[in-house]
Design a protein around this ligand. Structure first.
Ligand SMILES: Cc1cc2nc3c(=O)[nH]c(=O)nc-3n(C[C@H](O)[C@H](O)[C@H](O)COP(=O)(O)OP(=O)(O)OC[C@H]3O[C@@H](n4cnc5c(N)ncnc54)[C@H](O)[C@@H]3O)c2cc1C
Length: 255
């Protein structure tokens, strides 16, 4: 991790450029650095972040790179869970951080598929944001349906960008709002490829939006949401083994 160049420069040292609040509990950070490994990353990969801490550096924490690989800066989009993630919003631009990676294989072959279904729960949207931003960069013709489960409309972030993407790539977005009863106020006729469903993601909703066994299915979200979704997919004849998954489960040191 503490890899040095021949000149003694530490490549995993990055500079925090910006801190962007996404919603009440989610914050993006934008980092700049020169590590050539990170420049060669693929969409959907993650990196391991350490922040300055008394006496050195914090424990490492993994976060997906939500930016496209083509973006010169690395962006991570982080939900507040415990002490480490709660400190993210208070970071100051100019802070030096350490970043190791990239790691992971989630969504690696997605561009070879004939059609893709992405299913995200909450901040589990981050690998899909990276992939969708990449598909836009390369003007990919891949047909994608994105199901994104959140509790309420206010939990959705990057909403305008997703709307815009539906006009630029072959993307349909289905927002599933588990704690909303009436989603009709959210529909916007200017963006017919963005729809809203009340309640949890179900087999009925998946089927109504054209999910079939032919699609390549990708899933990322909290463990309970992922388990429930695998059950819904199985009832449509899509077994768990056919669903490519990314787990965000992270055991803190000593935990
Ligand atoms: C490959 C990978 C990619 C990840 N990408 C992202 C990302 O893009 N954005 C992001 O916000 N997070 C991501 N995570 C999760 C992130 O690493 C953890 O949420 C973070 O390290 C928790 O640190 P903390 O010290 O703030 O919380 P902790 O002190 O470790 O946890 C605080 C509390 O929250 C609970 N908790 C922690 N993490 C989770 C979780 N993931 N789900 C449910 N409960 C949890 C703990 O059980 C504990 O009760 C990713 C994890 C992995 C393994």
């Amino acid at each position: 991790m503490d890899e040095e160049t021949p000149k003694g420069e530490v490549r995993d040292l990055w500079r925090l450029e910006r801190v962007i609040p996404e919603n009440e509990s989610v914050t993006s950070i934008v980092l700049s650095g020169t590590d050539p490994k990170m420049a060669a990353r693929r969409a959907g990969q993650f990196a391991v972040l350490r922040l300055p801490a008394p006496g050195g550096w914090s424990d490492p924490h993994p976060f997906t790179i939500s930016a496209a690989p083509e973006d010169p800066e690395v962006r991570m989009t982080i939900k507040r869970e415990g002490a480490f993630t709660a400190s993210i919003r208070d970071l100051k631009p100019g802070t030096a951080v350490r970043l190791a990676g990239p790691f992971g294989t989630f969504c690696r072959d997605i561009e070879k598929k004939r059609q893709a279904v992405m299913i995200a729960g909450g901040v589990g949207i981050t690998p899909f944001l990276s992939v969708l931003r990449h598909l836009r960069h390369v003007a990919s013709p891949l047909p994608v349906t994105l199901f994104w489960s959140n509790k309420t409309y206010n939990d959705i972030f990057a909403a305008d960008e997703l709307k815009e993407l539906t006009g630029l790539i072959s993307l349909r977005v289905v927002h599933c709002l588990s704690r909303e009863e009436d989603v009709s106020p959210y529909r916007d006729g200017r963006f017919p490829a963005v729809s809203y469903e009340a309640g949890r993601l179900s087999a009925r909703i998946l089927e109504a939006h054209g999910v079939t066994k032919e699609a390549a299915v990708y899933l990322c979200g909290p463990p309970a949401m992922m388990d429930a979704t695998l059950g819904e997919l199985a009832s449509l004849g899509i077994p768990p083994a056919a669903v490519e998954r990314e787990q965000f489960v992270w055991k803190a040191k000593g935990g």
